[in-house]
Design a protein. Structure first.
Length: 345
């Protein structure tokens, strides 16, 4: 069977053109770490007979309750897979931390050893954005690489040092990632402002991600209670491109030593036993499509099998109406199809 054929039901499900199967959806706790997990598989099927897909959610305050990650999990489960969707508290809390890589490694090991969740042999890793890049590092480590049969990264990054300036350069298009970065790192170079603005940037990220507007928005209310200097800084970040460039440089100059390198597949990727599908939105304003291109070059250098496509059918991991982006569909079929094909091979 051609790889793209495996992805047709998945894509038709996103488009609303295919009736979805009845699914079992269970909320569990992982036996070793106690992490909260959703488990999806087709009704009437034994998950122990199905390939497994570990999906790691991204930086959303809704964690595994985010409708976007749930839709992805359901669509993959509908294509006869057992989907394991665990929650990482620091990622749900919008924290950018090195420990996320080791936490993903631990989950890879724990899921692989929990044989009743899938067939025990065929386990894939799928994630997006920062979790996508960190997951590739985790999957490349010596004790996990033989546990992950194939990986898929959507809108992932290769080099944190290049990603931060890009994020700040696209503030006018989508400020979400700027809010997240300032929430994490403003205290490194503006500690007094961070005391006031840390909660503001956290709520601004939530307002953006949860689409809270009007009376539901909270950042503006918090900002109104801050000092004049804090208000001026917040509004200047929004209006002054030169200041944003300066702040991006200050972030990289003041983050903990070696953090950018330790978070970057460019520096940390060892090798992968399984091939990788790379998918990036052509107009992604959060992480540049060039980051997936760099990942592809890195895989070439390390002789890791991969497929790499960009698509007009998604932005930063969010799918667009497929009827309006029909020319972006082949890239979705090729990448999702290759990931599922390698997983079953």
């Amino acid at each position: 069977m051609k790889p793209y054929v495996l992805a047709i039901p998945l894509i038709l499900g996103y488009a609303g053109l295919k009736q979805k199967k009845s699914l079992e959806r269970k909320e569990l706790r992982m036996p070793d770490t106690g992490r909260r997990v959703f488990h999806f598989y087709p009704t009437g099927k034994n998950p122990e007979s199905l390939p497994g897909v570990y999906i790691q959610h991204g930086m959303s305050a809704m964690g595994i309750d985010d409708p976007r990650i749930l839709e992805l999990a359901e669509n993959i489960a509908n294509s006869d897979h057992s989907v394991i969707l665990p929650e990482l508290p620091e990622v749900r809390g919008l924290r950018i931390e090195e420990k996320t890589i080791s936490n993903i490694q631990d989950l890879m090991m724990e899921i692989h050893s929990t044989k009743h969740l899938f067939n025990g042999n065929d386990l894939g890793y799928l994630s997006a954005s920062f979790s996508g890049g960190m997951g590739l590092i985790a999957a490349s480590k010596s004790h996990t690489r033989n546990k992950i049969k194939s990986s898929m990264a959507i809108g992932a990054y290769c080099n944190f040092l290049d990603t931060v300036p890009f994020v700040f350069s696209n503030y006018d298009i989508d400020p979400y990632a700027v809010y997240v970065i300032l929430f994490n790192f403003l205290h490194r170079f503006e500690p007094e402002l961070s005391e006031e603005l840390g909660p503001v940037y956290f709520e601004a990220a939530l307002d953006n991600g949860l689409k809270r507007i009007g009376n539901d928005a909270r950042a503006e209310r918090l900002l109104s209670k801050t000092s004049v200097r804090a208000k001026e800084f917040f509004f200047q970040v929004g209006t002054d491109e030169n200041l944003r460039t300066e702040i991006a440089n200050r972030v990289l100059e003041t983050v903990p030593q070696n953090l950018p390198e330790n978070l970057s597949p460019f520096y940390q990727l060892e090798t992968l036993d399984g091939p990788v599908a790379l998918l990036h939105g052509k107009t992604d304003s959060v992480i540049s499509p060039e980051e997936s291109e760099k990942l592809a070059l890195l895989f070439q250098k390390k002789e890791i099998s991969y497929v790499h496509r960009t698509s007009t059918a998604l932005t930063h991991g969010d799918s667009l109406p497929l009827h309006s982006q029909i020319f972006g569909v082949p890239a979705l079929l090729q990448t999702f199809g290759s990931f599922l094909y390698w997983l079953r091979r």
